[in-house]
Design a protein around this ligand. Structure first.
Ligand SMILES: [Zn+2]
Length: 566
Protein backbone atom coordinates (compact mmCIF):
# COMPACT_ATOMS: atom_id res chain seq x y z
CA UNK A 1 0.00 0.00 0.00
CA UNK A 2 2.86 2.43 0.54
CA UNK A 3 3.78 2.40 -3.10
CA UNK A 4 0.23 3.39 -4.07
CA UNK A 5 0.11 6.36 -1.69
CA UNK A 6 3.45 7.57 -2.93
CA UNK A 7 2.18 7.61 -6.49
CA UNK A 8 -0.87 9.66 -5.47
CA UNK A 9 1.26 12.26 -3.71
CA UNK A 10 3.31 12.83 -6.81
CA UNK A 11 0.14 13.34 -8.82
CA UNK A 12 -1.08 15.93 -6.33
CA UNK A 13 2.12 17.96 -6.56
CA UNK A 14 2.16 17.75 -10.29
CA UNK A 15 -1.52 18.74 -10.44
CA UNK A 16 -0.94 22.16 -8.86
CA UNK A 17 -0.25 23.38 -12.42
CA UNK A 18 -3.63 22.07 -13.65
CA UNK A 19 -7.02 23.75 -13.61
CA UNK A 20 -9.00 23.65 -10.37
CA UNK A 21 -11.38 20.90 -11.50
CA UNK A 22 -8.47 18.56 -12.18
CA UNK A 23 -7.11 19.30 -8.73
CA UNK A 24 -10.50 18.47 -7.27
CA UNK A 25 -10.76 15.13 -9.05
CA UNK A 26 -7.30 14.15 -7.96
CA UNK A 27 -8.02 15.19 -4.37
CA UNK A 28 -11.13 12.96 -4.35
CA UNK A 29 -9.10 10.10 -5.80
CA UNK A 30 -6.47 10.57 -3.13
CA UNK A 31 -9.10 10.66 -0.40
CA UNK A 32 -10.66 7.45 -1.71
CA UNK A 33 -7.37 5.63 -1.73
CA UNK A 34 -6.69 6.79 1.84
CA UNK A 35 -10.09 5.55 2.97
CA UNK A 36 -9.48 2.13 1.46
CA UNK A 37 -6.04 2.00 3.11
CA UNK A 38 -7.58 2.97 6.42
CA UNK A 39 -10.08 0.12 6.11
CA UNK A 40 -7.41 -2.47 5.47
CA UNK A 41 -4.68 -1.46 7.88
CA UNK A 42 -5.73 0.35 11.01
CA UNK A 43 -3.44 2.53 13.05
CA UNK A 44 -3.01 -0.15 15.70
CA UNK A 45 -2.24 -2.75 13.02
CA UNK A 46 0.43 -0.47 11.59
CA UNK A 47 1.91 -0.18 15.03
CA UNK A 48 2.03 -3.97 15.40
CA UNK A 49 3.65 -4.37 11.98
CA UNK A 50 6.23 -1.75 12.91
CA UNK A 51 7.00 -3.60 16.14
CA UNK A 52 7.27 -6.93 14.30
CA UNK A 53 9.70 -5.30 11.89
CA UNK A 54 11.78 -3.91 14.74
CA UNK A 55 12.00 -7.28 16.49
CA UNK A 56 12.75 -9.29 13.36
CA UNK A 57 15.28 -6.77 12.06
CA UNK A 58 17.12 -6.81 15.36
CA UNK A 59 17.03 -10.56 15.95
CA UNK A 60 18.13 -11.38 12.40
CA UNK A 61 20.83 -8.72 12.23
CA UNK A 62 24.37 -9.89 11.41
CA UNK A 63 25.38 -8.52 14.80
CA UNK A 64 23.65 -11.49 16.43
CA UNK A 65 25.64 -13.91 14.27
CA UNK A 66 22.77 -16.34 13.79
CA UNK A 67 21.79 -16.70 17.50
CA UNK A 68 23.51 -20.05 17.97
CA UNK A 69 22.70 -21.68 21.33
CA UNK A 70 25.25 -20.66 23.96
CA UNK A 71 26.89 -17.99 21.77
CA UNK A 72 27.37 -14.24 22.26
CA UNK A 73 24.60 -13.75 19.68
CA UNK A 74 22.21 -15.84 21.77
CA UNK A 75 23.03 -13.51 24.71
CA UNK A 76 22.16 -10.39 22.70
CA UNK A 77 18.90 -12.06 21.66
CA UNK A 78 17.85 -13.12 25.18
CA UNK A 79 18.70 -9.71 26.57
CA UNK A 80 16.50 -8.15 23.89
CA UNK A 81 13.59 -10.51 24.55
CA UNK A 82 13.90 -10.00 28.34
CA UNK A 83 13.76 -6.21 27.87
CA UNK A 84 10.71 -6.57 25.64
CA UNK A 85 8.90 -8.69 28.25
CA UNK A 86 9.84 -6.17 30.92
CA UNK A 87 8.58 -3.23 28.87
CA UNK A 88 5.35 -5.11 28.20
CA UNK A 89 4.74 -5.49 31.94
CA UNK A 90 5.25 -9.24 31.81
CA UNK A 91 6.99 -10.46 34.96
CA UNK A 92 9.68 -13.05 35.52
CA UNK A 93 8.53 -16.38 36.87
CA UNK A 94 11.80 -16.93 38.73
CA UNK A 95 12.27 -15.50 42.20
CA UNK A 96 15.48 -13.74 41.24
CA UNK A 97 13.61 -11.55 38.77
CA UNK A 98 15.51 -12.97 35.83
CA UNK A 99 13.61 -14.10 32.78
CA UNK A 100 16.30 -16.66 32.00
CA UNK A 101 16.24 -20.39 32.47
CA UNK A 102 19.72 -21.72 31.72
CA UNK A 103 20.29 -25.31 30.60
CA UNK A 104 23.25 -27.29 29.40
CA UNK A 105 23.76 -28.61 25.92
CA UNK A 106 26.25 -31.32 25.16
CA UNK A 107 28.81 -29.94 22.75
CA UNK A 108 30.91 -32.97 22.00
CA UNK A 109 34.29 -33.80 23.46
CA UNK A 110 37.62 -32.09 24.04
CA UNK A 111 41.10 -33.22 25.01
CA UNK A 112 42.22 -32.11 28.45
CA UNK A 113 45.79 -30.73 28.64
CA UNK A 114 46.37 -33.28 31.40
CA UNK A 115 46.63 -35.91 28.67
CA UNK A 116 50.20 -37.11 28.25
CA UNK A 117 52.43 -39.75 26.72
CA UNK A 118 55.94 -40.31 28.09
CA UNK A 119 58.68 -42.49 26.56
CA UNK A 120 61.54 -43.10 29.01
CA UNK A 121 60.29 -40.10 30.98
CA UNK A 122 60.41 -37.84 27.93
CA UNK A 123 57.05 -36.08 27.46
CA UNK A 124 55.78 -36.15 23.87
CA UNK A 125 53.91 -33.13 22.59
CA UNK A 126 50.10 -33.39 22.75
CA UNK A 127 48.31 -32.72 19.46
CA UNK A 128 51.62 -32.84 17.55
CA UNK A 129 53.27 -36.16 18.42
CA UNK A 130 50.06 -37.80 19.61
CA UNK A 131 46.45 -37.31 20.60
CA UNK A 132 43.86 -39.53 22.27
CA UNK A 133 40.92 -41.03 20.40
CA UNK A 134 37.65 -39.34 21.39
CA UNK A 135 36.30 -42.74 22.44
CA UNK A 136 39.27 -43.45 24.70
CA UNK A 137 38.77 -44.34 28.35
CA UNK A 138 40.11 -41.80 30.82
CA UNK A 139 42.91 -43.31 32.88
CA UNK A 140 46.63 -43.48 33.49
CA UNK A 141 48.68 -46.59 32.73
CA UNK A 142 52.40 -47.25 32.68
CA UNK A 143 54.67 -50.15 31.91
CA UNK A 144 58.14 -51.30 31.00
CA UNK A 145 58.37 -52.65 27.48
CA UNK A 146 61.33 -54.98 27.25
CA UNK A 147 62.88 -56.53 24.17
CA UNK A 148 60.50 -55.92 21.30
CA UNK A 149 57.39 -53.78 21.18
CA UNK A 150 55.80 -56.59 19.24
CA UNK A 151 56.16 -58.80 22.26
CA UNK A 152 54.32 -56.10 24.09
CA UNK A 153 54.32 -54.99 27.67
CA UNK A 154 50.94 -53.98 28.99
CA UNK A 155 50.71 -51.05 26.61
CA UNK A 156 50.18 -52.59 23.21
CA UNK A 157 50.86 -51.17 19.77
CA UNK A 158 48.57 -51.38 16.76
CA UNK A 159 50.00 -50.63 13.31
CA UNK A 160 47.33 -49.55 10.82
CA UNK A 161 49.52 -50.72 7.95
CA UNK A 162 47.87 -54.16 7.81
CA UNK A 163 44.18 -53.15 7.87
CA UNK A 164 44.82 -50.25 5.48
CA UNK A 165 46.65 -52.28 2.86
CA UNK A 166 44.27 -55.22 3.15
CA UNK A 167 41.24 -53.00 2.68
CA UNK A 168 42.69 -50.56 0.15
CA UNK A 169 39.93 -51.46 -2.32
CA UNK A 170 37.11 -51.97 0.13
CA UNK A 171 34.75 -48.96 0.11
CA UNK A 172 32.83 -50.29 3.12
CA UNK A 173 35.89 -50.56 5.32
CA UNK A 174 35.47 -48.56 8.54
CA UNK A 175 38.88 -47.85 10.08
CA UNK A 176 37.47 -46.49 13.33
CA UNK A 177 35.45 -49.65 13.75
CA UNK A 178 38.61 -51.70 13.17
CA UNK A 179 40.48 -49.71 15.83
CA UNK A 180 37.66 -50.12 18.37
CA UNK A 181 37.45 -53.88 17.74
CA UNK A 182 41.22 -54.29 17.97
CA UNK A 183 41.40 -52.33 21.22
CA UNK A 184 38.68 -54.56 22.71
CA UNK A 185 40.55 -57.63 21.52
CA UNK A 186 43.89 -56.40 22.94
CA UNK A 187 42.20 -55.60 26.22
CA UNK A 188 40.84 -59.13 26.48
CA UNK A 189 44.36 -60.44 25.95
CA UNK A 190 45.80 -58.32 28.74
CA UNK A 191 46.57 -54.86 27.33
CA UNK A 192 46.02 -51.94 29.68
CA UNK A 193 46.49 -49.27 27.01
CA UNK A 194 46.88 -49.08 23.21
CA UNK A 195 49.07 -46.91 20.97
CA UNK A 196 47.84 -46.75 17.36
CA UNK A 197 50.19 -45.64 14.57
CA UNK A 198 50.37 -45.86 10.81
CA UNK A 199 53.60 -47.07 9.23
CA UNK A 200 52.06 -47.34 5.76
CA UNK A 201 52.00 -44.67 3.08
CA UNK A 202 48.18 -44.84 2.92
CA UNK A 203 46.66 -41.81 4.67
CA UNK A 204 44.28 -42.78 7.48
CA UNK A 205 42.53 -39.41 8.08
CA UNK A 206 42.39 -40.15 11.81
CA UNK A 207 41.83 -37.09 13.99
CA UNK A 208 40.22 -36.23 17.29
CA UNK A 209 36.51 -36.38 16.46
CA UNK A 210 34.76 -33.88 18.74
CA UNK A 211 31.32 -35.16 17.82
CA UNK A 212 32.24 -38.81 18.18
CA UNK A 213 29.47 -40.84 19.77
CA UNK A 214 31.07 -44.27 19.84
CA UNK A 215 30.99 -46.10 23.12
CA UNK A 216 34.03 -45.44 25.29
CA UNK A 217 36.70 -48.16 25.24
CA UNK A 218 37.62 -49.79 28.54
CA UNK A 219 41.31 -48.83 28.27
CA UNK A 220 43.07 -45.62 27.11
CA UNK A 221 43.98 -45.43 23.43
CA UNK A 222 46.04 -42.80 21.61
CA UNK A 223 47.18 -42.12 18.06
CA UNK A 224 50.94 -41.63 17.65
CA UNK A 225 52.17 -39.74 14.61
CA UNK A 226 54.41 -41.61 12.18
CA UNK A 227 57.22 -39.08 12.80
CA UNK A 228 57.01 -39.47 16.59
CA UNK A 229 56.97 -43.24 16.22
CA UNK A 230 60.21 -43.12 14.21
CA UNK A 231 61.78 -40.56 16.53
CA UNK A 232 60.97 -42.10 19.92
CA UNK A 233 60.17 -45.73 19.34
CA UNK A 234 62.05 -46.51 16.15
CA UNK A 235 63.79 -49.78 16.59
CA UNK A 236 61.09 -51.37 18.72
CA UNK A 237 63.96 -53.06 20.57
CA UNK A 238 65.39 -52.38 24.00
CA UNK A 239 63.80 -51.27 27.17
CA UNK A 240 61.29 -48.50 26.97
CA UNK A 241 59.45 -47.16 29.93
CA UNK A 242 56.03 -45.96 28.80
CA UNK A 243 53.44 -43.90 30.61
CA UNK A 244 50.10 -43.00 29.14
CA UNK A 245 47.51 -40.69 30.61
CA UNK A 246 44.28 -39.85 28.80
CA UNK A 247 41.72 -37.31 29.89
CA UNK A 248 38.89 -36.61 27.41
CA UNK A 249 36.25 -34.21 28.72
CA UNK A 250 32.69 -33.52 27.63
CA UNK A 251 32.30 -30.00 26.35
CA UNK A 252 29.19 -28.17 27.47
CA UNK A 253 27.46 -25.05 26.26
CA UNK A 254 24.83 -23.20 28.20
CA UNK A 255 21.61 -22.23 26.42
CA UNK A 256 18.93 -19.97 27.89
CA UNK A 257 15.16 -20.08 27.69
CA UNK A 258 13.51 -16.70 28.24
CA UNK A 259 10.35 -17.08 30.34
CA UNK A 260 7.80 -14.35 31.04
CA UNK A 261 4.68 -14.72 33.16
CA UNK A 262 1.36 -12.91 33.10
CA UNK A 263 -0.28 -13.83 36.40
CA UNK A 264 -4.07 -13.39 36.41
CA UNK A 265 -4.43 -15.48 39.60
CA UNK A 266 -6.27 -18.06 37.51
CA UNK A 267 -6.30 -21.81 38.14
CA UNK A 268 -4.90 -22.70 34.73
CA UNK A 269 -2.05 -21.39 32.62
CA UNK A 270 -1.81 -21.13 28.85
CA UNK A 271 1.70 -21.51 27.46
CA UNK A 272 2.82 -19.66 24.33
CA UNK A 273 6.19 -20.51 22.85
CA UNK A 274 8.58 -19.83 19.99
CA UNK A 275 12.25 -20.72 19.68
CA UNK A 276 14.66 -17.84 19.16
CA UNK A 277 17.90 -19.75 18.61
CA UNK A 278 19.20 -20.43 15.11
CA UNK A 279 22.18 -21.96 13.34
CA UNK A 280 24.95 -19.39 13.92
CA UNK A 281 27.51 -20.01 11.18
CA UNK A 282 26.26 -23.58 10.77
CA UNK A 283 28.86 -24.97 13.21
CA UNK A 284 26.50 -27.67 14.42
CA UNK A 285 26.18 -29.07 10.88
CA UNK A 286 22.47 -28.32 10.65
CA UNK A 287 22.76 -25.92 7.71
CA UNK A 288 21.63 -26.62 4.16
CA UNK A 289 24.09 -24.06 2.80
CA UNK A 290 26.35 -25.70 0.26
CA UNK A 291 29.16 -23.09 0.22
CA UNK A 292 32.51 -23.65 1.85
CA UNK A 293 33.23 -20.34 3.61
CA UNK A 294 31.21 -19.96 6.83
CA UNK A 295 28.28 -17.53 6.63
CA UNK A 296 25.90 -16.11 9.19
CA UNK A 297 22.48 -17.75 9.20
CA UNK A 298 20.17 -14.93 10.23
CA UNK A 299 17.04 -17.03 10.61
CA UNK A 300 14.50 -14.24 10.05
CA UNK A 301 11.66 -16.65 9.38
CA UNK A 302 13.24 -19.44 11.47
CA UNK A 303 12.43 -18.20 14.02
CA UNK A 304 12.78 -14.47 14.60
CA UNK A 305 9.25 -14.37 13.14
CA UNK A 306 7.73 -16.57 15.86
CA UNK A 307 9.72 -14.77 18.56
CA UNK A 308 8.45 -11.40 17.37
CA UNK A 309 4.87 -12.71 17.36
CA UNK A 310 5.39 -14.04 20.89
CA UNK A 311 6.55 -10.62 22.15
CA UNK A 312 3.63 -8.83 20.50
CA UNK A 313 1.08 -11.39 21.76
CA UNK A 314 2.42 -10.90 25.30
CA UNK A 315 1.63 -7.17 25.01
CA UNK A 316 -1.83 -7.87 23.58
CA UNK A 317 -2.74 -10.43 26.24
CA UNK A 318 -1.53 -8.12 28.99
CA UNK A 319 -3.89 -5.43 27.70
CA UNK A 320 -6.77 -7.81 27.01
CA UNK A 321 -9.74 -8.87 29.08
CA UNK A 322 -8.70 -12.52 28.94
CA UNK A 323 -8.34 -13.12 32.66
CA UNK A 324 -9.50 -16.72 33.08
CA UNK A 325 -6.01 -18.07 32.48
CA UNK A 326 -2.50 -17.07 33.41
CA UNK A 327 -0.25 -16.73 30.39
CA UNK A 328 3.30 -18.02 30.21
CA UNK A 329 5.53 -16.84 27.34
CA UNK A 330 8.62 -18.87 26.53
CA UNK A 331 11.27 -18.05 23.95
CA UNK A 332 13.18 -21.32 23.67
CA UNK A 333 16.82 -21.86 22.87
CA UNK A 334 18.46 -25.13 21.80
CA UNK A 335 15.60 -25.91 19.39
CA UNK A 336 17.79 -26.23 16.31
CA UNK A 337 19.99 -28.74 18.15
CA UNK A 338 16.99 -30.94 18.92
CA UNK A 339 14.36 -29.28 21.14
CA UNK A 340 16.82 -28.97 24.05
CA UNK A 341 15.26 -25.83 25.60
CA UNK A 342 11.63 -27.00 25.56
CA UNK A 343 12.60 -30.44 26.73
CA UNK A 344 14.52 -28.89 29.63
CA UNK A 345 11.58 -26.67 30.46
CA UNK A 346 9.11 -29.55 30.57
CA UNK A 347 11.53 -31.52 32.76
CA UNK A 348 12.14 -28.47 34.99
CA UNK A 349 8.92 -26.47 34.65
CA UNK A 350 8.85 -23.16 36.48
CA UNK A 351 5.09 -23.57 36.99
CA UNK A 352 3.02 -26.57 37.95
CA UNK A 353 2.56 -28.30 34.59
CA UNK A 354 -0.57 -30.10 35.75
CA UNK A 355 -2.25 -26.67 35.66
CA UNK A 356 -1.14 -26.07 32.08
CA UNK A 357 -4.24 -25.64 29.94
CA UNK A 358 -2.69 -25.87 26.48
CA UNK A 359 0.42 -24.83 24.58
CA UNK A 360 0.70 -22.82 21.38
CA UNK A 361 3.94 -22.99 19.38
CA UNK A 362 4.90 -20.62 16.58
CA UNK A 363 7.83 -21.69 14.41
CA UNK A 364 8.41 -20.11 10.98
CA UNK A 365 5.34 -17.93 10.72
CA UNK A 366 6.80 -15.11 8.62
CA UNK A 367 6.69 -16.38 5.06
CA UNK A 368 3.00 -16.67 4.25
CA UNK A 369 2.58 -17.16 0.54
CA UNK A 370 0.25 -14.38 -0.62
CA UNK A 371 -1.23 -16.36 -3.48
CA UNK A 372 -2.01 -19.58 -1.57
CA UNK A 373 -2.24 -18.17 2.00
CA UNK A 374 -1.60 -21.67 3.35
CA UNK A 375 -1.36 -21.97 7.11
CA UNK A 376 -0.49 -25.31 8.67
CA UNK A 377 -1.88 -25.99 12.14
CA UNK A 378 -0.41 -29.04 13.86
CA UNK A 379 -1.65 -30.72 17.03
CA UNK A 380 -5.30 -30.55 15.98
CA UNK A 381 -5.90 -34.02 17.39
CA UNK A 382 -4.45 -33.28 20.84
CA UNK A 383 -7.77 -32.07 22.28
CA UNK A 384 -11.37 -32.96 21.38
CA UNK A 385 -12.17 -29.27 21.86
CA UNK A 386 -9.84 -27.94 19.16
CA UNK A 387 -12.43 -28.54 16.46
CA UNK A 388 -14.73 -26.09 18.25
CA UNK A 389 -12.02 -23.47 18.74
CA UNK A 390 -9.91 -23.69 15.60
CA UNK A 391 -11.46 -21.81 12.70
CA UNK A 392 -10.83 -24.25 9.87
CA UNK A 393 -12.86 -22.38 7.27
CA UNK A 394 -11.12 -19.04 7.59
CA UNK A 395 -11.86 -16.04 5.37
CA UNK A 396 -8.15 -15.22 4.96
CA UNK A 397 -6.11 -18.39 5.47
CA UNK A 398 -6.32 -21.68 3.69
CA UNK A 399 -5.96 -23.92 6.76
CA UNK A 400 -4.13 -27.21 6.50
CA UNK A 401 -4.66 -29.37 9.58
CA UNK A 402 -2.24 -31.91 10.98
CA UNK A 403 -3.64 -33.89 13.87
CA UNK A 404 -0.32 -35.09 15.32
CA UNK A 405 0.93 -33.71 18.62
CA UNK A 406 4.53 -34.33 17.62
CA UNK A 407 6.53 -32.61 14.92
CA UNK A 408 9.84 -30.91 14.27
CA UNK A 409 9.42 -28.17 16.88
CA UNK A 410 8.99 -27.41 20.58
CA UNK A 411 5.29 -28.25 20.98
CA UNK A 412 6.40 -31.90 20.85
CA UNK A 413 7.95 -31.55 24.33
CA UNK A 414 4.62 -30.36 25.76
CA UNK A 415 2.56 -32.96 23.94
CA UNK A 416 4.83 -35.56 25.59
CA UNK A 417 3.61 -34.21 28.95
CA UNK A 418 -0.04 -34.79 27.93
CA UNK A 419 -0.75 -31.12 27.28
CA UNK A 420 -2.95 -30.16 24.29
CA UNK A 421 -0.85 -28.29 21.72
CA UNK A 422 -1.24 -26.29 18.54
CA UNK A 423 1.64 -25.62 16.18
CA UNK A 424 1.51 -22.72 13.70
CA UNK A 425 3.64 -22.72 10.56
CA UNK A 426 3.34 -20.72 7.32
CA UNK A 427 5.32 -23.21 5.27
CA UNK A 428 8.83 -23.89 4.14
CA UNK A 429 10.79 -22.17 1.35
CA UNK A 430 14.07 -22.30 -0.52
CA UNK A 431 15.83 -20.12 2.09
CA UNK A 432 15.11 -22.62 4.84
CA UNK A 433 18.24 -23.21 6.97
CA UNK A 434 20.35 -21.12 4.59
CA UNK A 435 22.15 -17.80 5.12
CA UNK A 436 19.53 -16.21 2.85
CA UNK A 437 16.67 -16.50 5.40
CA UNK A 438 16.64 -12.71 5.82
CA UNK A 439 14.26 -10.07 7.19
CA UNK A 440 13.53 -8.46 3.81
CA UNK A 441 11.63 -11.60 2.78
CA UNK A 442 9.17 -11.54 5.68
CA UNK A 443 5.48 -11.14 4.86
CA UNK A 444 4.49 -8.76 7.68
CA UNK A 445 0.86 -8.37 6.60
CA UNK A 446 0.50 -12.15 6.62
CA UNK A 447 2.12 -12.40 10.02
CA UNK A 448 -0.26 -9.77 11.37
CA UNK A 449 -3.21 -11.88 10.21
CA UNK A 450 -1.69 -14.93 11.87
CA UNK A 451 -1.37 -13.06 15.18
CA UNK A 452 -5.02 -12.00 14.94
CA UNK A 453 -5.99 -15.59 14.25
CA UNK A 454 -4.09 -16.84 17.31
CA UNK A 455 -5.35 -14.01 19.53
CA UNK A 456 -8.97 -14.78 18.58
CA UNK A 457 -8.47 -18.43 19.30
CA UNK A 458 -6.94 -17.69 22.72
CA UNK A 459 -9.83 -15.33 23.51
CA UNK A 460 -12.39 -17.97 22.54
CA UNK A 461 -10.59 -20.58 24.68
CA UNK A 462 -10.37 -18.21 27.66
CA UNK A 463 -14.06 -18.60 28.49
CA UNK A 464 -13.80 -22.39 28.41
CA UNK A 465 -12.86 -24.93 31.04
CA UNK A 466 -9.42 -26.55 30.99
CA UNK A 467 -9.06 -28.39 27.69
CA UNK A 468 -9.14 -32.18 27.63
CA UNK A 469 -6.10 -33.95 26.18
CA UNK A 470 -6.09 -36.74 23.62
CA UNK A 471 -3.17 -38.80 22.35
CA UNK A 472 -2.56 -38.72 18.60
CA UNK A 473 -0.71 -40.71 16.00
CA UNK A 474 2.97 -39.90 15.56
CA UNK A 475 3.83 -37.24 12.99
CA UNK A 476 4.24 -38.32 9.42
CA UNK A 477 7.53 -36.51 8.86
CA UNK A 478 8.84 -36.04 5.35
CA UNK A 479 11.83 -38.23 6.22
CA UNK A 480 9.56 -41.08 7.21
CA UNK A 481 7.80 -41.04 3.87
CA UNK A 482 10.99 -42.03 2.11
CA UNK A 483 11.20 -45.20 4.20
CA UNK A 484 9.46 -48.43 3.46
CA UNK A 485 9.33 -49.38 7.13
CA UNK A 486 9.08 -47.80 10.55
CA UNK A 487 9.66 -49.07 14.06
CA UNK A 488 7.01 -46.97 15.72
CA UNK A 489 9.22 -45.27 18.27
CA UNK A 490 9.76 -41.60 19.05
CA UNK A 491 13.51 -40.99 19.32
CA UNK A 492 14.80 -38.61 21.98
CA UNK A 493 16.69 -36.04 19.92
CA UNK A 494 18.36 -34.56 23.01
CA UNK A 495 20.04 -37.84 24.01
CA UNK A 496 23.80 -37.52 23.67
CA UNK A 497 24.97 -41.03 24.56
CA UNK A 498 25.62 -43.90 22.16
CA UNK A 499 22.44 -45.21 20.53
CA UNK A 500 18.87 -44.04 20.16
CA UNK A 501 17.02 -43.34 23.40
CA UNK A 502 13.34 -44.27 23.03
CA UNK A 503 11.10 -41.46 24.20
CA UNK A 504 7.82 -43.10 23.28
CA UNK A 505 6.44 -46.28 21.68
CA UNK A 506 3.43 -46.23 19.34
CA UNK A 507 0.68 -48.73 20.09
CA UNK A 508 0.41 -51.67 17.71
CA UNK A 509 3.61 -50.91 15.77
CA UNK A 510 6.67 -53.12 15.23
CA UNK A 511 8.59 -51.79 18.25
CA UNK A 512 5.77 -52.41 20.70
CA UNK A 513 5.19 -55.91 19.30
CA UNK A 514 8.89 -56.68 19.73
CA UNK A 515 8.74 -55.57 23.37
CA UNK A 516 10.66 -52.28 23.08
CA UNK A 517 9.83 -49.91 25.93
CA UNK A 518 10.14 -46.20 26.62
CA UNK A 519 13.57 -45.58 28.13
CA UNK A 520 15.33 -48.33 26.11
CA UNK A 521 18.42 -47.36 24.15
CA UNK A 522 18.62 -49.01 20.72
CA UNK A 523 22.23 -49.69 19.73
CA UNK A 524 21.91 -52.01 16.75
CA UNK A 525 19.38 -52.89 14.04
CA UNK A 526 20.24 -56.11 12.26
CA UNK A 527 23.92 -55.77 11.37
CA UNK A 528 23.78 -51.96 11.46
CA UNK A 529 25.25 -50.16 14.44
CA UNK A 530 22.96 -47.37 15.58
CA UNK A 531 25.09 -44.74 17.31
CA UNK A 532 22.61 -41.87 16.96
CA UNK A 533 19.30 -40.86 15.35
CA UNK A 534 20.92 -40.28 11.95
CA UNK A 535 22.50 -43.74 11.95
CA UNK A 536 19.13 -45.13 13.03
CA UNK A 537 17.36 -43.44 10.12
CA UNK A 538 19.87 -44.72 7.60
CA UNK A 539 19.69 -48.23 9.09
CA UNK A 540 15.89 -48.18 8.81
CA UNK A 541 16.19 -47.35 5.13
CA UNK A 542 17.87 -50.71 4.53
CA UNK A 543 14.86 -52.83 5.52
CA UNK A 544 11.73 -53.82 3.66
CA UNK A 545 8.21 -54.31 4.92
CA UNK A 546 7.69 -57.76 6.39
CA UNK A 547 11.41 -58.32 6.87
CA UNK A 548 12.50 -59.80 10.22
CA UNK A 549 15.66 -58.90 12.05
CA UNK A 550 17.12 -58.48 15.51
CA UNK A 551 17.29 -55.29 17.50
CA UNK A 552 19.95 -54.88 20.16
CA UNK A 553 19.20 -52.50 23.00
CA UNK A 554 20.21 -51.46 26.50
CA UNK A 555 17.55 -51.49 29.19
CA UNK A 556 19.32 -49.86 32.11
CA UNK A 557 22.56 -51.85 32.39
CA UNK A 558 21.11 -54.94 30.77
CA UNK A 559 21.75 -55.72 27.10
CA UNK A 560 18.80 -57.28 25.29
CA UNK A 561 18.39 -58.70 21.80
CA UNK A 562 14.80 -58.78 20.57
CA UNK A 563 13.23 -60.17 17.39
CA UNK A 564 11.44 -57.61 15.31
CA UNK A 565 9.30 -57.80 12.18
CA UNK A 566 8.84 -54.63 10.13
ZN1 LIG B 1 15.12 -24.33 12.10
Amino acid sequence: MHGLLFKDCRFVNFASHYPKIMKYILAVLLLCSQVSVAQKISKSDKKIIKSLQLHINYLSDDKLEGRRTGSAGEKLAYEYISTQFKNAGISAVNNDNSYLQPFEVNDGKQVSTETGFWVNDHALILNKDFFPFAFSANSTVQCEVSQSLKEKGEIWFYDLNDPLTQNANNPHFDLQDAVIKTVADFEKKGATGVVVYNSSSIPDKIKFEEKDKAETTRIPVIYLSAEAKVKYLADEIGTSKLKLKVQVDTKKRTGHNVVGYLNNNAATTVILGAHYDHLGYGEDRNSLYAGTSPMIHNGADDNASGTAALIELSKQLKASGNKNNNYLFIAFSGEELGLFGSKYFTEHPLINLSNANYMINMDMVGRLNDSTRGLTIGGFGTSPVWNQLVDTDHRYFKIKLDSSGTGPSDHTSFYRKDIPVLFFFTGTHSDYHKPSDDADKINYAGQLQLMKYIFNLISKADSREKLAFTKTKEAATTAKNSFKVSLGIMPDYTYSGNGVHVDGVSAGKAAEKAGIKTGDVIVQLGEHKVSDVQAYMSALGKFNKGEATKVKLMRGKEELVLDIVF
